[in-house]
Design a protein around this ligand. Sequence first.
Ligand SMILES: *Cc1c(COP(=O)(O)O)cnc(C)c1O
Length: 491
Amino acid sequence: MGDDEPATISEAAFPLGRASFDPDAGPAEWLWRRVLEVLRAERERISARPVSAEVDLGRLRAAVGAYGFEEPVAPGVVIDETVALLREGTVHTTHPRYFGLFNPAPTLLGVVGETLAAAFNPQLAAWSHAPAAVEIEAHLVRFLGARMGYPAGAVAGSFTSGGAEANMTAVLLALTRTWPEYGTAGLRALPGRPLLYASAESHLAWLKIAHATGLGRDAVRLVPAGADLRMDVRRLRALLEADRAAGGAPFMVVGTAGTTGAGAIDPLPELAALCGEFGVRFHVDAAYGGMAALSDRLREDLAGIERAHSITVDAHKWLSVPMGAGALLCTDREGLAETFRVSTSYMPAGIPDTVDPYTSSQQWSRRFAGLKLFLSLAVAGRSGYAEQLERDAELAGLLRRRLADSGWLIVNDTPLPVVCFADPEAGARAPGEHHGALARSVVRSGRAWISTVRLNGQDALRACVISHRTTQADIDGLVQAVNEARKEQRA
Ligand SMILES: *Cc1c(COP(=O)(O)O)cnc(C)c1O
């Protein structure tokens, strides 16, 4: 573990052999104290460490491969070696200067929630097996749905592994609701080719979903975005009309609230109106941006989301709980029950006035994903979260000003804390190459983590403020790091 992590607790007393094979045997307190030491060291020292390290693939594989699993190894040794591997072989999303891909440092209560969920290990397939856990998740789903603007009493939905599963759930629900014969006879029973529409800036899980559902990847119509990186509604209308005229069967339009690249929010009210006019389903993929609804101020930027047939959110993004905790929200309890209906003799019988999650969502055995959000939300309060979200937005505003002052061009416009910026003097190199080199230089320095992005054909750098650990000093540190990288690249 190096000098980073003195092993102050002796493992001499820890038994090897058969005793370590019995998961309940051994001095559990010793192990927990060891883990607590690791967590404390992580919290206290993370900001002094590089955000990411260079990984030597050969060394990493050799260290992992050294475990042949034939003979038992003392748990203290395994934990220490694994922690060392994770420290060296991880981009530290827990770092205050990780300005990355919607992965924040997790809340403490989120980590505690994961531990309790694992230890109690309630089986959420059937209500009767896990009444407390199912009711806690249902309560959270109602809370989130109500914040989106759905009538509180009508909210339905479920926790998912993440945004991708929630989006897939939305597609299955939309197909089932649009064509009741889809569930039994399948896609070939439909009167035309089902088509779905999302912005060219949308999250491309849509392609994998189209592949997996049998729609086929070509069924995803990527609608060009305007200069503001929001879906161009006129182009959408033209596509819908042309596809209909050609015998296609448009069934769903996706508005993205917070695109992955630039944090753009599609024009939701216009999309809702157009969907009404064409009689197609409206889904909002708000995996990242949707949690802005916890702030009364930021909620205004999501106006129109409440008109969606279904909404995807991800608590493991802006709400900072450990991965995976997505959710699909809607007001169509019967539709979900129809989409995922099944009954077996070996599952426990349903109980009146309750829903068995395995009969109204995609997963069967399911873990208690909601607990980490329940604990985090209860302890921070909605107001605590709102403060944090608004603070991230303010820090991003500060970052935009500082970058502009240093001669960078800000190339996106969003109320969300995603800042995309370009060097107007790329020099002789192609802009893509130039910005790639800038990002690599910043990442290699270990001082911050940022990425590159291509927006409407333009290359840029991308920084997302999402960690509760990020301060004004970290924003200054990032600006310094990119300025120095630029100097180095121009030299
Ligand atoms: C992250 C993201 C997804 C995918 O969610 P996962 O949790 O990674 O499965 C989908 N859509 C958007 C807009 C996202 O930002």
